[in-house]
Ligand binder design. Structure first.
Ligand code: DER
Length: 245
């Protein structure tokens, strides 16, 4: 499909431009775009990969690394990562007035893996996002209507929901229910996920929202990645690639 082709395009370009022969520790994100990242890394050959170790961001990521014949590592053993590549749910680029720096802010957590993803994003010297054209938006919340994914401890989820409804002005915040399982989604860390939509005006200041949510007791991690990515690669429908940095 056009979307799958655009994911592959973004992933292959990002790997070609950011995974160097000297890189030894590589973080692998979650979702449906990162398999193309791993595919491209494998194509670099056994010689290039024999001394590398790959750090997963969850069960799906771990299975992808192992099934691709790559060496599995743990962030405990490798707290510093050369480069982490991951997907995104939505991505906007805030071009600062002085144009010296761009901040790539993005929503992550559509796959309920954003806690470990953020750990590996922060541990990486270089954090790269790869996505299809649907994720490339002007303002966060444009297409990804589910809202901001928030990982919470089960004990506190009702209280966090109430605070989101009554204090942080997200009246439609809901506990994420599973599809192939009765009841709520349970993360790889044994926690729950709340999806909290905010007014698009509020989404123009993602760092502010992230900090406010993070302060709520019982919140483990927020699916807003602000000032973290070095670059974001988007595959387009016409076969071109958009790079934001
Ligand atoms: O949960 C996440 O943040 C994942 O990276 C995922 O949502 C990315 O989406 P994708 O399946 O379109 O790559």
């Amino acid at each position: 499909s056009v979307i799958e082709k655009s994911k592959q395009l973004a992933a292959w370009t990002a790997v070609d431009e950011h995974v160097y022969p000297e890189h030894r520790v590589i973080g692998i994100g979650s979702g449906s775009t990162v398999p193309y990242v791993v595919e491209r890394i494998v194509s670099q050959g056994a010689e290039a990969n024999k001394n590398r170790v790959f750090i997963p961001t969850g069960f799906q990521s771990k299975e992808l690394i192992v099934s691709s014949g790559l060496s599995l590592g743990d962030v405990d053993q490798y707290p510093t990562i050369d480069v982490t590549l991951d997907g995104a749910d939505e991505q906007k680029s805030l071009i600062r007035v002085y144009r010296v720096d761009t901040q790539l802010n993005c929503i992550k957590g559509g796959g309920a893996c954003h806690l470990r993803e953020k750990v590996l994003a922060e541990a990486a010297t270089t954090f790269i996002l790869v996505a299809d054209y649907r994720k490339n938006v002007e303002y966060l919340g444009t297409n990804f209507k589910a809202g901001v994914p928030i990982e919470v401890v089960p004990f506190a989820y009702a209280k966090v929901l109430q605070n989101l409804h009554q204090v942080l002005d997200s009246p439609k915040a809901t506990l994420r229910m599973a599809v192939a399982k009765a009841g709520q989604v349970v993360t790889d860390n044994g926690n729950f996920i709340i999806d909290a939509p905010f007014d698009i005006e509020k989404m123009k200041e993602p760092y502010t929202i992230m900090a406010q949510i993070k302060m709520l007791t019982g919140v483990v991690e927020v699916g807003l990645f602000c000032h973290m990515a070095r670059a974001a690669y988007f595959g387009n429908q016409d076969g071109s690639v958009t790079v934001k940095w």
